[in-house]
Design a protein around this ligand. Sequence first.
Ligand code: FES
Ligand code: FES
Length: 213
Amino acid sequence: MDTPDLLPMSRRHLLILGVVTAATAVLPPFISARASAVNSSRPITTSLSLWVNDQQYELDLDTRTTLLDALREHLHLTGSKKGCDHGQCGACTVIANGRRINSCLTLAVMHQGSKITTIEGLGTPDQLHPMQAAFIRHDGYQCGYCTPGQICSAVAVLGEIRQGIPSHASPSLTEPPQLIAGEIQERMSGNICRCGAYSNIIEAISEVAGVNA
Ligand code: FES
Ligand code: FES
């Protein structure tokens, strides 16, 4: 009876085996490391503390957790919305150290020590932030899905203009940008509203900024 060792191997089989072995030998180290990480069934977790809405939270998180998922799934702050999860709609916008960011595009572990503000930290139902109140006055929403991101973005946008940070619409890179509707529209262009409430949103922001829309 034939044993496996003695089974005949064709020249074709030998050639295929040789190609596979050579390809494995020349794999760059990062691909091998990635392959073993992908094959590993255990996530790598880490402890971190996040400052969110003036409160400190201690978390043990999978290192791949986005800031958006940390806020929504772990801290149950569901005001920040997941629209595209690809940095394209702005529904997940939060403020980190005074700057607006897409929280779906950044990892929670990158924000140890950052001061994060979500829509829940801007105001309360009894004491609305001026931007929240203006959105209500001007009907700056329909379904409301984009609204938390729009409001966080709008608050940060007014800060950017007041700090003199130019935008694509600014006529000069060295002169302070003007607080005008065109500047606000350009800076808000990363926040998509599927309901098309744009004109009311600009009216609300302009009112808070004290300019004519
Ligand atoms: Fe983050 Fe769309 S969910 S940009
Ligand atoms: Fe519906 Fe903007 S209010 S997406």
